[in-house]
Design a protein around this ligand. Structure first.
Ligand SMILES: [Zn+2]
Length: 191
């Protein structure tokens, strides 16, 4: 394999077949999610798509969060006639979770009707960053329930999935900014 091919292989997240039990078991072990929890994330994220309100884009997205205590919280995209007012599935799910008292999460699953799978938008990555460690797995299911899983911090080339043939080096959340970067109340620089 040439250096360029090798670099490309490393940059392109692998799409794992949903029916590949062996690979899925390995993914679960690597990301600290039980196989039962993984199955629930897949099922619930796909089911959440049915609750989407997306008359403008017709693009259904479901998201399910796995909280530290094993609870699952789901959401779907909610659009608006004023397009920018619409909200993504991930933020709907986190809003529901946070206002239900959850603050600590072990995994995020997102499901769409396309293939290859879609990744959370930039705004949602920042939103996830507020509540999740950079090691949190983001599991992205496609229409066939095949999936890509990356840690929030992980270097990836998600755009190269969407723009086949190009090899953009895109980080999922480079130089991320989170609550731990803000001064604590009373600390120097705090208002
Ligand atoms: Zn989003």
């Amino acid at each position: 394999m040439s250096p360029i091919q090798d670099q490309k292989r490393m940059e392109t997240p692998e799409i794992i077949a949903g029916h590949d039990a062996e690979r899925t078991a390995a993914s679960c072990a690597a990301f600290g999610v039980s196989e039962a929890e993984f199955g629930e994330l897949r099922r619930r994220a796909a089911a959440a798509k049915a609750t989407a309100y997306c008359p403008y884009s017709q693009f259904r997205v479901g998201a399910t969060l796995l909280a530290r205590d094993g609870s699952f919280i789901s959401g779907a995209n909610v659009e608006n006639a004023a397009y920018p007012v619409g909200t993504c599935a991930e933020r709907v799910a986190f809003g529901a979770a946070v206002t239900s008292g959850f603050r600590d999460f072990r995994a995020v699953a997102v499901s769409t009707d396309i293939s290859p799978p879609a990744s959370p938008c930039g705004m949602c990555r920042q939103f996830i960053r507020e509540f999740c460690s950079l090691d949190t797995p983001i599991i992205m299911f496609d229409k066939n329930e095949d999936y890509v899983v990356l840690r929030l911090k992980q270097v990836s080339s998600l755009l190269s999935i969407l723009l086949a043939g190009n090899s953009f080096d895109v980080k999922l959340l480079p130089m991320s900014f989170g609550p731990d970067q803000l001064p604590r109340p009373g600390a120097p620089g705090a208002v």
